[in-house]
Design a protein around this ligand. Structure first.
Ligand SMILES: [Zn+2]
Length: 376
């Protein structure tokens, strides 16, 4: 990864950026003033900044859309878009059905739902069984074809483009572990707000930068996923801005057995010095691995990862429960209801600055990520 090596000292130098890299501005308010988060400790060449104006954290520098595409190779999704072994895929199915049932509790009348980054479409299928009319967008063609041809779902292939949807045309919109992949936060949230009917539900799941596992593992944090994650949210930041945009926060869930137990285990193994995310690779199907034949290439580390995970499992489960209790979950799920009473947004500033322009998400390969299989 030559590009990464070239920028390893970027945060502390005024060196010219390579053409593959983009000097980042805040994806919410466009401000370029920042403070460094966890300075000097990233081994990847990508760093976290916090916007001095609005407090949002984001990755710097950013990769150009051509370069970031390499991080979403077929291996990221897996052949046939099956990423995990059979046991884990079964577990994922259980969590998917529970997620669909939660929407029914918060929004009892099924209407039309859009899942942005719907993967193979299995979550939409679970919603369809609950009576919802389902639509999806998916960047990966193999996954989208599965949703369309095998599950007969209405899925658009390509990055999410709000322009193709009419105002007030959905009763629920999902951004399930997708928003952090999109560089244009402001544009995306204002677009989905426009697309919701009054009373409609916006459901967002993201890694939580204010979590204990993030604070403790810093750049070793499993859910940080640099450079694929452009923006790093906290429950506090998102709920504050969604409220400003006119949403009523119906629920903020810090408890996720699906995401947060594994987040602890892998972060602890990473921080202990084992090869980063080796266990995660081992749990994936051979076609979905970053490292080919991890057992053969790193036998000692593979055994240590597996033994370590078994030992850590009870601790990680307890840590997940305690961090949820203290509202510091490793990932958070936010259910926000559109009240249609205000149209304030980051573009509605009255500080005398010129109107902001935001990087387009429509041409970005990360604008939809396969989110059908946790952990990401
Ligand atoms: Zn900002």
């Amino acid at each position: 990864m030559e590009t990464v090596a070239k920028v390893a000292t970027f945060e502390n130098s005024s060196a010219q950026l390579s053409p593959d890299l983009i000097e980042a501005a805040c994806p919410w308010c466009g401000d370029r003033r920042f403070t460094a988060i966890w300075p000097n400790t990233s081994a990847t060449g990508f760093f976290l900044r916090r916007c001095a104006a609005c407090d949002l954290a984001y990755t710097a520098p950013q990769l150009s859309s051509e370069k970031i595409a390499a991080y979403y190779s077929q291996a990221y999704y897996g052949a046939g878009n099956l990423r995990f072994n059979r046991l884990f895929e079964t577990l994922v199915g259980y969590f998917r059905r529970r997620r669909a049932a939660r929407l029914r509790q918060l929004h009892p009348d099924p209407g039309t739902v859009l899942d942005i980054g719907c993967g193979r479409g299995h979550f939409l299928q679970a919603l369809r069984q609950q009576g919802w009319t389902c639509r999806g967008t998916e960047l990966n063609e193999t996954a989208a074809r599965h949703a369309r041809e095998i599950l007969s779902l209405e899925v658009t292939i390509g990055p999410f483009d709000g322009a193709q949807y009419e105002d007030a045309s959905f009763d629920a919109i999902y951004l399930w572990h997708v928003l952090e992949h999109i560089p244009a936060t402001s544009q995306t949230l204002t677009e989905v707000r426009r697309m919701l009917r009054p009373g409609g539900m916006l459901v967002i799941a993201v890694p939580n930068l204010e979590s204990w596992q993030a604070a403790w593992s810093r750049y070793h944090w499993f859910h940080l996923d640099l450079p694929r994650h452009y923006v790093h949210y906290s429950a506090h930041w998102l709920t504050t801005q969604l409220t400003t945009l006119g949403f009523h926060i119906a629920e903020v869930n810090h408890f996720s057995a699906e995401q947060n137990i594994y987040g602890w285990i892998q972060s602890l193994l990473n921080r202990a010095g084992l090869k980063s995310n080796l266990l995660y690779d081992m749990l994936r199907r051979p076609s979905a691995r970053d490292v080919d034949r991890p057992w053969a290439r790193f036998p000692v580390q593979a055994v240590l990862s597996l033994v370590g995970a078994s030992v850590l499992l009870p601790f990680a489960t307890l840590a997940m429960l305690v961090e949820a209790l203290f509202r510091r979950g490793g990932t958070v799920e936010i259910y926000a209801q559109w009240l249609a009473t205000t149209s304030a947004g980051p573009e509605a500033r009255d500080d005398g600055n010129p109107p902001l322009s935001f990087p387009s998400s429509t041409s970005h390969p990360a604008a939809t990520a396969d989110t059908s299989s946790p952990p990401e």
